[in-house]
Design a binder for this molecule. Structure first.
Ligand code: GDP
Length: 205
């Protein structure tokens, strides 16, 4: 996780994807799950991913790479981080949900360099119905993914192992889910080293 990371492009549809090059890991989660905060905490740059994006604004895949990457063949950065648009916004019209599903499914299915998706789950809520639907979409796309609990500082410490056990139970029926659940708090910088380690391993495979 060399610094600094930079934003290179927002991808509203498959036509705008950067050419396949570096291995990628992507982050998904419901709006407000703490995705921007976690990406910023991971790379140690407060302003990289925008926090508190207005729900319902243009949905794009946001690409981040380490600065200094020329884009020339042979000068590949070790990896790219892809911030997927949030889902589950209660007031989202059906067309927007459909557009999200199309963009995400096309990306997941068609991206050979995508190594793993991290699906963020708010510790206070656990896996909700719309999260479960997204996990099913990931299964269908046959993309390897891992669950990352966020905002663990918001629940009692003793509740974390229990939530991890419950979450493991819930993902048993999901064939593409990695059978280990990570827990993080961007606020307290907890679990970040474990997540960085998991990402490093994922892009090695
Ligand atoms: P996003 O919509 O998924 O990108 O979520 P944001 O990163 O914008 O976070 C949504 C809200 O949750 C903001 O008010 C953040 O300050 C808050 N938040 C994010 N991560 C944490 C965390 O680890 N602990 C606590 N207590 N709050 C957090």
């Amino acid at each position: 996780f060399v610094r600094p990371w930079i934003f290179i492009r927002g991808v509203p549809s498959m036509d705008f994807l950067p050419p396949e090059g570096p291995l990628e890991v992507a982050f998904a989660g419901r709006s407000n799950v703490g995705k921007s905060s976690l990406i910023n905490a991971l790379v140690g740059q407060a302003g990289l991913a925008r926090t508190s994006n207005t729900p319902g604004r243009t949905q794009e895949l946001n690409y981040f790479v380490p600065d200094g990457y020329s884009g020339n063949a042979g000068d590949l950065p070790p990896m790219a981080l892809v911030d997927m648009p949030g889902y589950g916004y209660a007031k989202a019209p059906k067309e927007q949900v459909d557009a999200w599903t199309r963009l995400v499914f096309d990306y997941l299915r068609g991206r050979a360099t995508l190594k793993r998706v991290y699906v963020l789950i708010d510790s206070r809520h656990g896996i909700m119905k719309n999260d479960d639907e997204v996990l099913t979409l990931l299964d269908k796309a046959a993309v390897s993914y891992q669950i990352v609990l966020t905002k663990t500082d918001k629940i009692k410490e003793a509740g974390v192992p229990r939530l991890i056990a419950e979450t493991l139970e819930k993902i048993k029926k999901h064939p593409a889910a990695f059978p280990e659940v990570l827990s993080t708090s961007s606020e307290k910088a907890d679990g970040l080293e474990e997540l960085r380690g998991a990402i490093t391993e994922a892009v090695k495979q």
